[in-house]
Write a protein that binds this ligand. Sequence first.
Ligand code: GLY
Length: 583
Amino acid sequence: MIIPQNITKILLFILIITLIPLVGCKQEKAKEVVKDELVYPQNKKLISDKAMVVSAHPLASKVGMDILKKGGNAVDAAIAVQMALGVTYPVAGNIGGGGFMVIRMNDGTVDALDYREKAPLAAHRDMYLDTLGNVIPRLSLDGHLAVGVPGTIDGMAKAFDKYSQLKNWKTLIKPSWDLAKDGILLTEREANGLNRTKDRFEEFNTSRPVFVKENGEWTKGEKLVQSDLARTYELIHDKGRAGFYEGEVADELVAEMKAGGGIITHEDLAQYEAQWRNPIVSKYKNYEIISMAPPSSGGIALTQMLGMVEEYPLKDWGFHSPQTIHVMAEAERRAYADRAKHLGDPDFYDVPVKELMDKDYLKERMSNFNPNAASPSDVIQAGVFLKESDQTTHFSIIDAEGNAVSVTTTLNTGYGSKVVVSGAGFFLNNEMDDLSAKVGVPNVFGLIGEEANAIQPGKRMLSSMTPTIATKDGKLNMVIGTPGGSTIITSVFQVFLNVSEFGMGMSEAVNAPRFHHQWLPDQIFTEKDAFTQETVSALEKLGHKVGVRGSGKIGRFEGILVLPDGKLEGGADIRGDDSASGY
Ligand code: GLY
């Protein structure tokens, strides 16, 4: 028999059961969630009250968010996310590569960390040339000779020393160590990527790496346990920088080099130091843009492109109207011509930073802009453009105190050199290809370099990575960035304008179709179906060559926008497994 007291309990139970889905619905309204059929749900558009992490992998975003909830600041979270991507996103997340971190603290101070790889001390100008002085195809891209001295762990240690709020290195590393030890489930994209690259892993490794499945192919949802990497993370967890650049891991890396004909030595590892740089700070209307300084070309080229289009009525012309595309492509063309000539490692080459960004110079640069015709690029060398995937990765973070961090990090192309350090379990970069193997000969992205970017021992290679933070009327407004090789700078340029000129929210701005011009080859590259046939015809009439980029996609953007009510809108690119996490 049911007594009245139980009836009350039952009614209460029914009420709760009824309310749970309603509460769930309320939360879901702020989210656009994509379920990757069982692997990890991805928040593509997320509105949160206080803090946000957007990265290329849902687990990495979660790791960063957990650190923020534990009281870490945006830099603490960035270190944790970088380490997590090294486990969850082997195609580009890394500890065997490098990157750039742009920081804006809530008191308005800005900073930039350069943890870009360096050419080994034994590198020399002609190391990729045959006896006739011709570039040996792919020598700077595949295998041990393609590897630059990794900068990621020294970078994370330097960021920790200067900015950590948690002041507990181990707390930042432990979640990723656990992920390597316990395993991660492969998303469909990652499984396909590993399967596609299997032959090259086998060709360029001295022992079978864990990424090569012994029998058959990887499938979506399958667990990847990285025991060697877990031991490397344990050493980094216990010893910090020394756990990577000294001791067992350093010995293994140098042994790997010797076994495969590479040239990185213990001395290279001991000498590696990430550098604090002054970020590139510039103005666009009522925005201030804070971006990466050389050895990245990103901040300067972005400033140039924005400076060159600032006086044109883009908003009136409209998003992706032929006039808008034309003037943006012409600005891109001019900025990339300057990139090839003037940009390189500032420790080796006097980069004319002020001159390149001078408003009068930029005006002069556009003085030959013809609204009715494309300006043909001088053909110096036919570009070999974008056959290789351009798998860098980016993450954007804002913490509850309003500190912001924008990080772009890379192995260069997908899985870098394809070499995994035997025993230590991580991929090594192929960043040497970003130096000019021969002056005037294009690299994998079709980019040409001159003296400024010629190979020298200990030199950092020129980059296009453009981690960027923007303020509006003096207040934090956007944290943005993307992978994409040479298309990185033009993608950041477009997403910034999508928000600032075309009134899009961050998710819409990130997912909008993109295009790219890089001076040489003289062509506008587009995503598949980015422009209507009418727009293509209008551009062709102006004299532009227009074509779809090989993969049909450009970049995998991660952005955060501070909304007028102070909430944060995270935009995680629909082009990948990217996901936002917030609270
Ligand atoms: N490796 C691509 C870049 O740094 O631009």
